[in-house]
Design a protein around this ligand. Structure first.
Ligand code: ZN
Length: 450
């Protein structure tokens, strides 16, 4: 090494060392140096639904998107970087898009053949610890926001708050708490158990009968901290009861749930399989139908008239169809429902797409393992959506459904810096989203993939 080069290296090393020490000191002081991050994007899908842009730099500061610059900007090209610590993230070989949104998860558990035993063994604390693992998996799969529609006790709220505080890695969570269900309905968590095992579930457990009971159940979830209300309008597959998958709430009960939610500023997601139950929920004014298995043309018209979304959960349909064929995996009444509902989900989805129903991405992960959420995209494309529309369903459209359009869903100045990157072009092959290489949520990098 030449002397001048060695001196320069020593000077650089010293500068870095001093810089590190100063930064460490600044961390303890008030005048912490601001970081400005420049993300060099080979392709940038800033606004899903529109064409991707070539060679852009996304400028991020304080967890927010500051602006998008043409070309690969250096620190000196960005006035906002003056006096700031500048970090450059190279995604020049990758396709960058907004962080994905899953509108239907259950992060506090994962279904398997022991799920009914765990119900009497595990505490909320056990569920919360597991949920931190599943939340991290979900985030690293590229999902920077999830709507958690149904969980027992306090676990999901605790995890949501811990993620918000930066204590554990995970997606931004909107949490429903317990699904609202009538006594013996799909989300009555005591179904199929000996009566002396649990207290009779009430409003805090999401149980509501009659108008007053339904109002109380909604208020109880909001009291607990619910961001959104989930109700089970019809029977469901995985509850241990031979009660089918038809309507379970009366019209006045559905209206009471929706009206109380509106009063308290919450949106409403309705689990519904049976045709009559889907329509009753839509008429009551819910924001989304989850699953929508037996929707017909009249339901399609109602969706469009009301501007409601379908959250298809095709991945769950596929999973339960497979389970029904494994001897002894599902209790008999559950296996029977799985055989009828599973295969039907995909054709209901195709009918909804053909009919112009708005679709918001949702997987029901927790039924299938957490972290494989992006496999839903291929099923959506199989069902007739273009990759571009499927990506919009998981970004801009999902953001609209969950009421976070001003915050997430596209890469525009002012929004939270939620960005992911993949190799390849997901607009040509949507399965590229199954291998997310880079994940940033609110300006923090959780996966770098290099
Ligand atoms: Zn679900």
């Amino acid at each position: 090494m030449k002397l001048r080069a060695a001196v320069a290296l020593a000077a650089t090393t010293l500068a870095v060392l001093v810089g590190t020490l100063l930064a460490a000191r600044a961390d303890d002081g008030d005048d912490e140096k601001r970081t400005v991050t420049l993300i060099h994007c080979g392709k940038l899908l800033a606004l899903p639904g529109q064409a991707p842009l070539d060679g852009r730099t996304v400028v991020v500061a304080d967890g927010r998107i500051v602006k998008i610059v043409v070309g690969f900007a250096a620190a000196g090209d960005v006035p906002e970087a003056d006096g700031a610590r500048v970090e450059i993230i190279d995604q020049k070989e990758r396709f960058v898009l907004p962080g994905l949104i899953d509108c239907h998860t259950h992060l506090t558990g994962e279904y398997d053949r022991h799920v009914r035993l765990r119900r009497v063994e595990e505490t909320d604390a056990d569920a919360a610890v597991k949920a931190t693992v599943y939340a991290r998996r979900t985030l690293l799969a590229g999902f920077t926001t999830v709507r958690n529609v149904g969980s027992g006790g306090d676990a999901a709220f605790a995890v949501r708050d811990a993620i918000k505080k930066g204590l554990v890695p995970g997606p931004r969570m909107l949490v429903a708490g317990e699904s609202i269900s009538p006594t013996g309905g799909h989300s009555d968590s005591t179904l199929g158990y000996r009566e002396d095992l649990f207290d009779i579930p009430g409003a805090m457990q999401g149980i509501g009968d009659g108008v007053a009971g339904c109002r109380q159940a909604v208020r109880a979830q909001v009291k607990r901290g619910a961001d959104v209300i989930k109700l089970t309008a019809t029977g469901g597959v995985l509850s241990t009861t031979a009660a089918g998958t038809d309507q379970q709430f009366f019209e006045d009960e559905l209206e009471a749930i929706v009206q109380t939610s509106r009063l308290l500023g919450r949106k409403v997601a309705a689990h519904a399989h049976g045709t009559v139950g889907i329509k009753a929920a839509l008429r009551a004014g819910v924001d989304s139908i989850e699953h929508g298995t037996f929707l017909d043309d009249e339901a399609v018209a109602l969706f469009r008239e009301r501007g409601a979304f379908l959250v298809p959960t095709l991945l769950a349909g596929k999973e339960v169809t497979d389970w029904a064929e494994i001897e002894g995996f599902l209790p008999p009444p559950v296996a029977d429902k799985a055989r009828r509902v599973g295969p039907q989900l995909q054709s209901a989805f195709a009918r909804a797409v053909r009919g112009g129903v708005r679709i918001a991405f949702g997987t029901d992960c927790g039924v299938s393992p957490h972290g494989i959420n992006a496999r839903e995209f291929a099923l959506m494309v199989e069902g007739g959506m273009t990759p571009a529309a499927a990506i919009a369903a998981a970004t801009t459209d999902a953001a609209e459904l969950i009421g976070l359009s001003s915050e997430v869903g596209s890469i525009v100045p002012g929004k939270a810096a939620d960005l992911i990157a993949v190799d390849g072009d997901p607009l040509a092959d949507v399965t590229a989203l199954e291998s997310v290489r880079f994940v940033m949520r609110e300006g923090r990098v959780f996966k770098r993939g290099d």
